[in-house]
Design a protein around this ligand. Structure first.
Ligand SMILES: [Zn+2]
Length: 118
């Protein structure tokens, strides 16, 4: 379960908020003065961040890091076929598997700016 740490902009009090999933909206409220003017802090226990937290971030399509993980390439396509109860055409399957190995299809490669500089 992810824990977000927030700092109150009114009284600087810090509050940790448990959230059910990384995609849940978080309505942080200061435990000291009740202000909702909270900013999220980068967690101070980053060194001991659990593997599941890392995966939670990487499995969140709204995260800017999502597509940094090649295992997520084509996942939305997989989900789409799965949700329709269809088997993925082997041509698409091969393309996704290839992309995960770093073999980008031509059209996709053009959408990956500065991929060599990362
Ligand atoms: Zn406060």
């Amino acid at each position: 379960m992810p824990i977000y740490e927030f700092q109150c902009q009114e009284c600087q009090n810090r509050t940790s908020v448990f959230v059910r999933t990384v995609t849940s909206p978080v309505n942080a409220e200061c435990g000291s003065c009740g202000s909702k003017d909270m900013i999220r802090l980068i967690t101070s226990f980053g060194v001991s961040k659990s593997v599941s937290d890392v995966h939670a971030v990487h499995n969140n399509p709204n995260s800017p890091d999502y597509y940094m993980d090649p295992r997520n390439i084509g996942r939305s396509t997989e989900d789409k076929f799965a949700s329709m109860g269809m088997e993925m055409p082997s041509q698409i399957r091969d393309m996704i598997d290839g992309a995960r190995e770093g073999d980008m299809p031509g059209a996709t490669k053009d959408l990956q700016p500065n991929v060599n500089e990362i």
